[in-house]
Design a protein around this ligand. Structure first.
Ligand code: FES
Length: 157
């Protein structure tokens, strides 16, 4: 083929596209997929809480899935659900279960790293709701908790 200015331009443009398109596609896939998967995270057990005014009340006696330290669960109530973990005696954390990335419901917990894991794109949050792995860029809302006997009280309002 005779190398004309036009042919040279077309060949250069084709080569550039061959190099650029796969890298753009790779970036797209990286941002929209879950490259690490949920890892060792396991699905959270759901427990039912009762609503009283702006509080959600959860039984945490010895029959509760979150009675032991190091455990976590999803607490469902009439207006939604919250993530709860129990890191040490009489200490409970309660977090929004709605991922700050694109709004998926977080439903698993990695007990090895004490992190909640979003099933959609793999974001991870520590027990204070801080992002430990994106793509989420904002922390989960954290709710105030208190203990009264064997009841955990979560202030959601
Ligand atoms: S919605 Fe994308 S990581 Fe949770």
């Amino acid at each position: 083929m005779k190398i004309t200015r036009r042919n040279f331009f077309l060949k250069t443009a084709q080569s550039t596209l061959v190099l650029v398109i796969p890298s753009l596609f790779g970036s797209f896939l990286e941002s929209c997929s879950n490259p690490t998967g949920p890892g060792s995270a396991a699905g959270l057990q759901s427990i039912q809480g009762t609503t009283s005014g702006s509080n959600v009340i959860v039984n945490v006696d010895s029959s509760s899935p979150i009675s032991k330290t190091g455990t976590a669960a999803m607490v469902n109530f009439s207006n939604g659900s919250v993530l709860v973990d129990h890191p040490s005696t009489n200490v409970f954390n309660a977090l929004s279960s709605i991922c700050t990335h694109q709004g998926c419901q977080i439903n698993s917990y990695d007990s090895g790293s004490s992190q909640f894991v979003c099933p959609c794109h793999g974001s991870r949050f520590d027990v204070n709701g801080q992002v430990t792995q994106g793509p989420a860029g904002a922390p989960l809302q954290k709710y105030q908790t208190s203990i009264s006997g064997t009841q955990l009280i979560i202030k959601v309002g």
